[in-house]
Ligand binder design. Sequence first.
Ligand SMILES: C[S@@+](CC[C@H](N)C(=O)[O-])C[C@H]1O[C@@H](n2cnc3c(N)ncnc32)[C@H](O)[C@@H]1O
Length: 233
Amino acid sequence: MPDSFSNVKAVFEQQSMYDAVVQADYMQHTELVATLADWARTQTVPLRIIDLGCGDAWLATHAFRDANVEMYRGVDVSDSSGERARHNTAIWPGRTEVATGNLADFLHKTPDASANVVLASYSVHHLSSEAKIALIADCRRVLVPGGTFFWIDPVRNDNESRDDYINRLTHVMQNDWTALTLDDREKACTHVRTSDFPETGRWMFDQVQRAGFQRTATLLHNDFFDGWAFTKK
Ligand SMILES: C[S@@+](CC[C@H](N)C(=O)[O-])C[C@H]1O[C@@H](n2cnc3c(N)ncnc32)[C@H](O)[C@@H]1O
């Protein structure tokens, strides 16, 4: 069962570890920024963005830096990330809000059809399967018709158990994520073992389709992580 988010909060209050992961591009943030920015260039209406588990909003502020952003609402459980997100999103003065708390509660309180983008990058995999399904329904509710749900997360192969996926990922983290100190690598692996609950791609597609989305783009695909755009029908 997924842990309470107190452990997740503790890990992400300490910024330096995840900063090193992003800077070394171990989770393909460079590719994500490029594909999201390309997508944003094709949009004709101002973006009204909800960012679930925004961290310090590094991804959103790099991807949507040149976009017409009318509203940005981020949420994160980590106070220190929230502080940094408030600072980073000052590039959109008067149009931003960053909340501290549980992303599922935040989304549940978000008004219907109040956004045209929901960005969920590397955050939803911490939830249980049931909570993910409820979250997808809320994503659909808060989006306008034609709105886009970006779901980027660790993804298991079909027929791969959680344990097999976690062992495969932590093996690479332990051996190849050398931009992190040994101690941070150990902490990151412990976090993955206790707090990551990746689904298979097939399960994710089934759930979003059932909720009334269609897949419209692939943002990222590699041995561990995937990212897709789903459009509200
Ligand atoms: C791996 S980081 C991803 C940050 C950013 N979205 C990115 O793509 O770089 C996961 C973030 O989600 C936040 N998070 C995880 N579970 C959460 C929850 N239930 N509610 C709010 N934030 C959560 C963590 O604090 C962390 O900042």
